[in-house]
Design a protein around this ligand. Sequence first.
Ligand SMILES: [Zn+2]
Length: 403
Amino acid sequence: MPEAIPSYLLALAVGELAFRPLGPRSGLYAEPPIVEAAAWEFADTEKMMAAAERLYGPYRWGRYDLLVLPPSFPFGGMENPRLTFATPTVLAGDRSLIALVAHELAHSWSGNLVTNATWSDFWLNEGVTIYLERRILEELYGQGLADMQAALGLSYLDAALRDLPPADTRLHLDLAGRDPDEAVTDIAYEKGGLFLVELERKVGRADLDRFLRRTFDDFAFRNMTAARFLELVRTRWPDLDAARLGEWVYGTGLPAGAPRPVSAAFRAVETEARAFAGGAPAAGLHTRGWSALEWLHFLRSLPPDLTTERVAALDEAFRFTASRNDELLGEWFPHVIAHRYEPAWPALEEFLIRVGRRKLHEPLWKKLAATPDGLARARAIYRRARPNYHPIAAAGVDEILGG
Ligand SMILES: [Zn+2]
């Protein structure tokens, strides 16, 4: 390729791979047994490229292809230029998890074209990409879906703000003497994305789009620091409150009055989760037409004090254990573990052995490790899972389970 890229974007893949075209500039590589299903799942890729170009200018990398990796791939996706590497855990069979493609594609502008100069500003790569991702989704699938993604993102952000030491809730991080991997938290993604949502609300969507497009053009194939980015923002909108801009980037937590995205669809889901918590029968809940995201939010909204019988009733009504959607299973299994719902244990074991994606398995190992008998069962399962895990994933679980 003629374009210059930073070293972290260089990757090689070797395997028995088949190819299916998705559009004139896009295609899909995967192992032969899954190539048809993967091509069907990602059929909207070319439309996403067109939507992104309408918003943020030309796609400058020639082709955009996707490569589906084995389940041991420890991440959701990696935006290697021209060829996104993707986890097979988004092959849900209903195209419900394709936000991942919008995200990795958006990195063709934020991250790959204009790159964070140092890992202290990783939020410039990820926060801007989260914003672009949701704009692409809104263009193609409407505001309802974008709102759900934003509300889900806010719940991840709230959890990160609760769990992280305050110094690590800054967008711009001081990483002196630390592993830059520690910058990979939901702060970079979701607080960064929220910063752009606030900018959008203050200066207007059309103006922010013009600014972003201009920045991608002016800084194409170059890098960017937070200080430079803030300088560009202040120059473009001198009336913005400079202290507040600084607080977003260099301050801890969230500035007072930061946007809190809401989803009308999720409100309705929360009503049903409350009804179930209050004793309503599972089969009587109003769940018709729910998308996978609404089911995800339902599982996240259940109270922690369910009984085993109530968990069984949920499974009987909605067949969570038999789901093909790995993200949904990732939200279901914590209830299985917490309430000792034994009929789902074989599926839980299969999941832990198969799925090497850290975001999906780490919370389950942690949940198991929280009780002595859970820890013993986890160690037995891990002996079978570990040989399949990527070294990065194995290192994380080794630590959780105490070696
Ligand atoms: Zn990303």
